[in-house]
Design a protein around this ligand. Structure first.
Ligand SMILES: C[S@@+](CC[C@H](N)C(=O)[O-])C[C@H]1O[C@@H](n2cnc3c(N)ncnc32)[C@H](O)[C@@H]1O
Length: 251
């Protein structure tokens, strides 16, 4: 196959962005988003009315979060933001990299969900946490989670979803592989079996994602100034959530 280059392609956030609502339906984000809204409200020391979602993608989390907060989203991909704007016309969206975004205003709370997976080095992770710290008000909460964890990482984990819309049916296959366990990245290879009216097209896509010990997350979050509570998942496979309070005295 010609697309076996080492390059991060991320076609899912480019020419294949149209597949996102089909292979990852907004309904599947409701439970996670409701729980995040609940945790923010519970842990915040200020009333949480405004929220910034960095790496908001197609706005599937936002679809639920907007019921609870006055919402702003940011993402590095114009194609994903186009989907988000269509789904959530009432939300304000900005193009921006979570490592460097500077909106010049603060929010009662900040979240980074699955998009944090694209931080590949400790410097990336720290930069994203710094952006969150700068954008959250003192007494407010930053919530993020560690989905891929070295502690439970399984080489060659492979899973698939099937989605349909009209006469389009997509089987979306994901494979996770770590070619070099001594570094902080893994390969995520996606294969799309797209059938339009039964006629098959096969697309491939390669993403590179970060993999860091939980201790690294805790250390970096504390170093940027947060007071951190770690909330392990209910099972070892579930993500660890980090609820990060910006101390009320911090500027
Ligand atoms: C899996 S999608 C997020 C989906 C999202 N949870 C939703 O509700 O639709 C991951 C997103 O991370 C974004 N992303 C990757 N690197 C980024 C960065 N450095 N800054 C901001 N967004 C980034 C991608 O463009 C993509 O939209």
């Amino acid at each position: 196959m010609t697309e076996s280059s080492d390059k991060d392609q991320r076609r899912l956030y480019g020419d294949l962005a149209w597949t996102w609502p089909i292979v990852s339906a907004p309904e599947t984000y409701v439970e996670e988003s409701e729980e995040s809204a609940r945790l923010i409200r519970e842990q915040s020391q200020i009333e949480a009315k405004t929220l910034l979602n960095m790496g908001c993608g197609g706005g599937h989390n936002d679809w639920t979060l907007k019921k609870h907060f006055r919402l702003t989203g940011a993402d590095i991909s114009e194609d994903m933001l186009a989907l988000a704007r269509r789904r959530n016309p009432e939300v304000t969206y900005h193009v921006g990299d979570m490592r460097t975004l500077r909106l010049g205003k603060t929010f009662d709370a900040v979240v980074i969900f699955d998009s944090i997976d694209y931080m590949l080095t400790e410097d990336d992770l720290r930069a994203a946490f710094e952006t969150a710290f700068l954008h959250v008000k003192p007494g407010g909460v930053f919530l993020t989670y560690e989905e891929i964890r070295p502690e439970t990482y399984a080489q060659n984990r492979t899973q698939h979803q099937v989605g349909r819309e009209g006469d389009v049916e997509i089987v979306f296959i994901e494979n996770y592989y770590d070619p070099d366990p001594s570094d902080t990245t893994i390969e995520c290879t996606f294969v799309y079996l797209i059938r339009r009216g039964g006629k098959l097209e096969i697309e491939t896509d390669r993403h590179v994602c970060g993999l860091f010990p939980t201790e690294t997350w805790m250390t970096l979050l504390r170093e940027v100034g947060f007071k951190v509570t770690e909330l392990p998942g209910k099972t070892p496979e579930e993500a660890t959530t980090f609820i990060c309070l910006k101390p009320p005295a911090a500027a």
